[in-house]
Design a protein. Structure first.
Length: 133
């Protein structure tokens, strides 16, 4: 019962973050994102989606391996919300696999590199939970 509730909650979070990333068509200064039309960018977006599905199936290690190489591609394409999301999920996967120090460091990176994103807000919340606040 608890596991089903957890999977459902994680799936809802994954989908809401995915749609937030899709809806984010502007940078924080109001300019349009400089999204690359390259195959690398498209592949990175697909990999991010696939990673969210892996996380919902509790496949944290595999998801981390899939997420790490796409962060730079998303950054270079100017897709800050998705880059932040990818880094957040890396941190979350570290947390769920018991790599507490790596998770804290990764959450801090999300907060410092993408301070105005939803992912930074969620990273702060995860750090508070990890600290018992």
């Amino acid at each position: 019962m608890l596991r089903s509730w957890f999977i459902l909650t994680l799936s809802i979070i994954s989908l809401s973050m995915f749609f937030a990333g899709c809806a984010a068509s502007e940078n924080f200064d109001g300019s349009l994102l400089a999204k690359s039309s390259s195959a690398d960018y498209s592949a990175a977006v697909k990999e991010l989606d696939a990673s969210a599905a892996m996380i919902s199936r509790l496949e944290y290690t595999a998801a981390t391996e899939k997420l790490q190489p796409i962060v730079r591609t998303l950054q270079q394409a100017g897709d800050i919300p998705r880059a932040a999301e990818a880094e957040f999920w890396i941190a979350y996967c570290h947390e769920k696999t018991g790599q507490v120090n790596a998770a804290r460091t990764a959450y801090q990176n999300v907060i410092s590199h993408y301070p105005q994103t939803k992912s930074a807000k969620q990273a702060r919340e995860r750090l508070d939970i990890m600290s018992g606040r």
